[in-house]
Design a protein around this ligand. Sequence first.
Ligand SMILES: NC(=O)c1ccc[n+]([C@@H]2O[C@H](COP(=O)([O-])OP(=O)(O)OC[C@H]3O[C@@H](n4cnc5c(N)ncnc54)[C@H](OP(=O)(O)O)[C@@H]3O)[C@@H](O)[C@H]2O)c1
Length: 273
Amino acid sequence: MMTMPRTRRSIGFIGAGKMATALIAGILSSGLWKPQDILASDRHPASRAKVRKAFGIRTVKDNRTLSQKASIIFLSVKPQDIDAVLSDIKDLAEGKLVISIAAGISLGRLENAMDARFIRVMPNTPCLVGEMASAFSLGKNVTVKDERLVRSILGSNGLSIKVKEARMDAVTALSGSGPAFFAYFIERMVRSSMKVGLGKDDAYALAIQTCLGTGKLLRDRKLLPSELIAMVKSKGGTTEAGLDSLKRTAFNANVEQMIAAAYRRSKELGKHG
Ligand SMILES: NC(=O)c1ccc[n+]([C@@H]2O[C@H](COP(=O)([O-])OP(=O)(O)OC[C@H]3O[C@@H](n4cnc5c(N)ncnc54)[C@H](OP(=O)(O)O)[C@@H]3O)[C@@H](O)[C@H]2O)c1
């Protein structure tokens, strides 16, 4: 008896920009998907050529062809372009798994536009180096298999956690905007250490590696920040002097305000989402 070959599923990216490029790199490096399983469409020939050359994936000119060919569709265009894409692919993408990474676009809005199985994802920029922190929310009709699939795709690029959609604004404030907040702190540490004698290049190299190492230590050893602080700090030492000085400032309140402001802005932007 002849056995039918199992049809391979394919992933299509609508919008071949920065985030799609980063996600494709992670997906391919996982080894679970081959370049021939990935498709991308973009309105710019140059963007299509770039991902074709970089990854050996297939590209198509229009979103409709992509929606016909791909079994899983990523919406990786800017939020303001989502409506146009949805109306473009509506009849072809219905019934498929559609994963949106567009900030502020709610599952309700996606589900109102067409009858597909939607998952909303908030990625972050370290996706570019395979160290993404992402969160996803499931729409109605999403199956257990769909969830497993999105976990494996996002997991190939770093960390992914499932959250209720109502938490997406908090996720946006913490991990969506977070890379910029950490980068700002690094910049301030660099400038301050230059004032006490370090050269710029050395200061950047040391600050960045310290940030990286601290994150890895917290993650890999499952330490609480307070436990790590206790490992570094000794009575009467330099760390204690620095932290005591920081605690005398409005640092904690400022951090709270920073997260609250990003959270509020995310809510505002998503109001019509
Ligand atoms: N970048 C981040 O750090 C980050 C973080 C979290 C979430 N996100 C989300 O990720 C999504 C993508 O962001 P990105 O930074 O990767 O954007 P991007 O680099 O601008 O990539 C989007 C690409 O899609 C193209 N495009 C727009 N409309 C199209 C259409 N109708 N058909 C085909 N192609 C179309 C764009 O062309 P044009 O240049 O002509 O518009 C652009 O080449 C956004 O929704 C954003 O909210 C990004």
